[in-house]
Design a protein around this ligand. Structure first.
Ligand code: PBG
Length: 333
């Protein structure tokens, strides 16, 4: 803060010599406007029902599909490196059309919270695409027509079961209208007032989710997600979508993907109504993996280019960053 103010006064009075501030690393670190705190990074993890051994994800270098034991070990390693927030994607063994079982999910959440308790914040992605036979984030009736009511009640039921099992932050990524309001109400009516909701509030119909969909077995079986995710040509829609979720009771908002959408992050951060609310940026699978592939071709130093991405999200206004490289980054720093 102080540093920004000094710059501001200087620039009002005279032009200054920028190079004086950049002489060596100590100067540059002293005058840096943003910093990255491991405690504000969130590591996504994929938990697979029925998996005995961790399995590396071919298109998401260095990331794994974990067994429950594997997840616990990964969390334990992360904690040692000062990482304490984890976003869990649970992938069921069997897909279904509309009746779902959450025994494995709830048992896993319970065991993780039993082992790590208050040392970690457990975020749980809440969506339907990994569990439905059609791979969509919503349900359809027998005529193939979108079933809004049934979609919301299914999400609500899942949210409550997760919260009761011990999830700290329910994270709806489905983009169905009104879900935040309904989930907040359900949690409040069932003594879960303390459970946070992180809404994927501005989620674009992006082409950068490819590696994730392999990792979580969640590719749509027909069509695409353009009827429920945001059109990337639309800035106003993107901003109002987050404002709406804030008004419906979300505790944390999110921009996803982050990297092509820094203008949206900045726009939300500069919206007076949203000044108080934490904003998360999701550094998505396609952006992470593109750096990994460039590294493989010796086109980039992954660690440095990756850190540059983290800083750019911070500079745009992100408070929290969800990123596949979180644990590795914390280990390195
Ligand atoms: C599921 C979901 C997706 C991602 C997070 N939750 C994929 C999608 O919407 O198709 C993408 C994450 C990533 O690419 O890293 N609703």
């Amino acid at each position: 803060m102080a540093v920004n103010n000094i710059f501001f006064i200087f620039s009002a009075m005279r032009t200054y010599d920028n190079r004086r501030y950049r002489k060596n690393k100590i100067y540059r670190d002293l005058f840096a406007e943003v910093t990255i705190d491991p405690k504000q990074l969130i590591q996504p993890l994929f938990l697979y029902e029925g998996l005995q051994e961790n399995r590396e994800i071919p298109n998401l270098t260095g990331q794994f599909q974990y067994s429950l034991e594997g997840i616990k070990q990964k969390i334990s390693h992360g904690l040692k490196a000062k990482l304490s927030s984890f976003l869990l994607f649970i992938v069921p063994e069997k897909k279904a059309e509309d009746s779902f079982q959450y025994d494995f999910d709830c048992e896993s959440i319970r065991q993780i919270k039993e082992e790590f308790g208050e040392d970690i914040l457990l975020f749980n992605d809440l969506c339907l695409c990994s569990q439905t036979t059609n791979g969509h984030c919503c349900l359809y009736d027998s005529h193939g027509v979108y079933a809004h009511g049934k979609t919301l009640s299914t999400l609500n039921e899942k949210a409550l079961l997760y919260a009761q099992a011990g999830s700290d932050v329910i994270s709806p990524s489905d983009m169905n209208d009104h879900r935040i309001k309904e989930i907040r109400q359900t949690l409040d009516n069932n003594q879960r007032e303390d459970t946070l909701i992180m809404s994927y509030s501005t989620k674009f119909a992006s082409h950068f989710y490819g590696p994730f969909r392999d990792a979580a077995q969640s590719a749509p079986g027909f069509g695409d997600r353009k009827s429920y995710q945001i059109d990337y040509r639309n800035r106003h829609d993107a901003l109002s979508s987050s404002i709406r979720d804030y008004q419906q009771g979300a505790d944390i908002l999110m921009v996803k993907p982050a990297m092509n959408y820094l203008d949206i992050i900045q726009g939300l951060k500069n919206t007076p109504e949203l000044h108080q609310i934490p904003l998360a940026a999701y550094h998505v699978s396609g952006h992470y993996q593109s750096l990994k592939l460039m590294e493989k071709q010796n086109l980039v130093d992954f660690d440095k280019a990756y850190e540059e991405c983290l800083y750019s999200m911070k500079r745009a206004g992100a408070d929290l960053i969800i990123t596949y490289g979180a644990a590795d980054y914390c280990q390195r720093n």
